[in-house]
Design a protein around this ligand. Structure first.
Ligand code: ZN
Length: 277
């Protein structure tokens, strides 16, 4: 059973769902939402309209064990599972019902590599873009749905969108970075402000748009040519990684390395490439 903490105002308004700990080792969302829930609980923060459901530890067992997941990646199986076969499928089934009862879903994650905060803008409609702009992230990353078109993997945002909801996934920063937990808290607060649930502060500066162009999976033993940080720029032809057999992977065009994860298991997403815009 997912520990969902619900907070109501006296007035009608948007119903917002805030998710942390979809991946157990990604502490920024867990810590940011624990802090927010604490303030709503002790009354230091109160809603002027609408309602919010805060779930700091969606995959509580994975959070307790510091694992990405127990049986499989929850952020790829976010759909109904009438006969759930894994821990994450049971969670997904419960989450779909929760999402259906809300208007907007914010899913807070963290990364392996150092990064400044960024937002996955899978839905480029004006209302969602406005919400993304209000979060205070440095970059908006587009292109994820196109990269995974035809895949049967379903993320939280894709699931929420399919239910007709507004949804954003935020990477708040590196998992062990306290600034990332602070950003996760701010992104949640700004979401409540954006939807008018709390009285808002001035809008932060607009983020820079970046578009994903490819995903590179690690096929065998190999290593990065240097410890990439998220959004490190690369020039066309510049080496990015090298397999143990000497085969080198280079940048196909000028752009940047996104979500580098050197130690990913074979077959996993090693890094992505993106370009400005
Ligand atoms: Zn994650």
């Amino acid at each position: 059973m997912i520990d969902a903490r619900r907070f109501f105002s006296r007035g009608p308004g948007p119903r917002v769902l805030l998710l942390g700990g979809v991946h157990g080792e990604e502490k920024p969302g867990v810590l940011g939402l624990e802090r927010l829930a604490g303030q709503l609980q002790d009354g230091s923060l109160s809603l002027v309209r609408g309602q919010v459901t805060v779930i700091p530890r969606v995959n509580a067992e994975a959070v307790a064990r510091g694992l990405h997941f127990i049986d499989e990646n929850l952020n790829r199986v976010m759909r109904r599972h009438p006969a759930p076969a894994t821990h994450e499928q049971r969670l997904a089934d419960e989450l779909v019902a929760l999402m259906a009862a809300h208007d907007a879903v914010l899913d807070l994650h963290g990364t392996q590599a150092p990064t400044s905060p960024f937002v996955f803008l899978d839905d480029e409609s004006v209302p969602v873009r406005r919400w993304a702009d209000a979060l205070g992230a440095d970059r908006l990353l587009t292109g994820w749905p196109a990269l995974y078109a035809g895949s049967d993997a379903v993320t939280t945002t894709e699931c929420a969108q399919a239910l007709g909801k507004r949804a954003l996934t935020v990477e708040a920063g590196r998992n062990d970075d306290t600034a990332a937990a602070e950003f996760a808290f701010l992104a949640a607060m700004r979401t409540l402000g954006h939807f008018g649930l709390i009285t808002g502060k001035p809008r932060p500066p607009a983020p820079l748009p970046v578009r994903l162009t490819s995903v590179v999976r690690r096929e065998r033993d190999g290593a990065f040519v240097r410890p990439w940080k998220n959004f490190d720029p690369v020039k066309k032809g510049e080496p990015i990684a090298r397999y143990a057999d000497g085969v080198e992977l280079t940048a196909p065009e000028d752009g940047c390395v996104v979500m580098p994860y050197e130690a990913v298991e074979a077959g996993g997403e090693w890094y992505y490439l993106a370009v400005a815009g």
